[in-house]
Design a protein around this ligand. Structure first.
Ligand code: FAD
Length: 311
């Protein structure tokens, strides 16, 4: 795709209103600017976008991004927000002003149309269009529904469980699926319930936000554990578990390989604690892991999923 120009015509048929009044239409396209760009790995990049007029976003939500080429061709893709803390415009990155800012983190798919552009070519100062934030279920802190609401009629809470807002939180991400989970980790306040993150990546070089996660786990006084099958669940703070599907770091006690059901059981908060589980990644990863979680006794009401596509 050639250099995009925000606001030009054309469409790839993704739908949505075009240049609607932002005040009246929450899904209007908003002109935005890339303000910073940070490589997470050679294949992935975090982009901070300044989006005047954006509504405050919640951790777990995503936005649609629209790129427009010189010839008017447009492409739209969805990206989870990996940081929502400055989305209310209160504190922009680096002490920026009141313009709302959000971060997305994009992994390059070599045969993809949009992700190679966002990872390899997009630069600070470039225009882009944003629609959103979108999503009301895969969000943390979780939405509270009235006890008599239709949601609870369909999905009753498990017996004896604490309300979702105070439940311990288990985050499970496959590959780029860690993006919205990072927003949740970053959105933790002092009184947040314990959080445990299980991230499955190809190899050590594919890990995102490593230094920040290490520091957050250290600061929360929970040890960072590389593979804690024998240690049991943490009781407080933030715990990070990495598993490697293709190449494990030297000396790592767990050999590389796909996550198994047995490992999953030892690496997530037990069903008896009724954790709220947020599971995100490619379709097949989410499908398989969600099935295992239910087999392990996790109530379907407590397993919230987000699928990124792919196989
Ligand atoms: C709600 C939502 C949130 C998302 N959040 C993120 C995010 O935070 N970070 C991120 O990097 N991506 C995210 N995605 C995926 C993103 O929207 C694009 O699908 C992805 O960047 C590929 O776009 P592309 O134009 O490069 O590839 P395309 O040209 O659309 O597709 C190229 C090839 O890749 C395959 N493919 C498409 N999507 C995926 C995928 N997710 N995994 C594996 N193969 C795929 C296609 O089938 C095709 O063969 C999200 C998707 C959804 C629905």
């Amino acid at each position: 795709m050639s250099e995009p120009v925000a606001g030009a015509g054309g469409s790839d048929g993704a739908g949505g209103s075009d240049r609607a009044d932002p005040a009246g239409d929450p899904y209007a396209w908003l002109p935005a600017t890339i303000v910073s760009s940070v490589a997470q790995t050679p294949r992935a990049r975090s982009l901070t976008l300044a989006v005047p007029g954006l509504r405050p976003a919640r951790a777990g939500q995503h936005v649609d991004l629209r790129l427009t080429a010189d010839d008017g061709y447009t492409a739209v893709r969805s990206y989870s927000l990996s940081d929502v803390r400055a989305s209310d415009g209160a504190r922009g990155a680096g002490g920026a002003g009141p313009v709302p800012q959000i971060e997305v983190t994009v992994e390059r798919l070599d045969d993809g149309e949009v992700s190679p552009y966002l990872v390899d070519a997009a630069e600070p100062g470039d225009p882009i269009e944003v629609r959103g934030p979108i999503g009301g279920w895969f969000v943390w802190p979780p939405t509270e529904f009235e006890p008599e609401s239709a949601v609870h009629a369909v999905l009753p809470e498990p017996e004896g469980a604490t309300p979702p807002t105070s439940a311990p939180v288990q985050l499970i991400g496959g590959g780029s699926g860690v993006a919205p989970l990072m927003a949740m980790v970053r959105a933790r306040g002092r009184d947040a319930p314990p959080m445990r993150l299980l991230a499955s990546v190809r190899d050590p070089g594919s890990r995102w936000y490593v230094a920040e996660l290490d520091e957050a786990a250290r600061a929360s006084s929970s040890p960072v554990v590389a593979f804690s099958a024998t240690e049991g669940p943490p009781t407080a703070g933030l715990t990070i578990d990495w598993v490697y599907s293709r190449v494990a770091p030297d000396g790592h006690e767990r050999p590389a390989g796909r996550l198994t059901r047995v490992e999953l059981e030892s690496l997530v908060l037990p069903a008896s604690e009724h954790p709220l589980v947020y599971l995100c990644g490619a379709n097949s990863f989410v499908e398989v892991v969600a099935g295992w979680l239910v087999e392990l006794g996790h109530a379907p009401t407590r397993v919230r999923t987000e699928r990124f596509g792919g196989v």
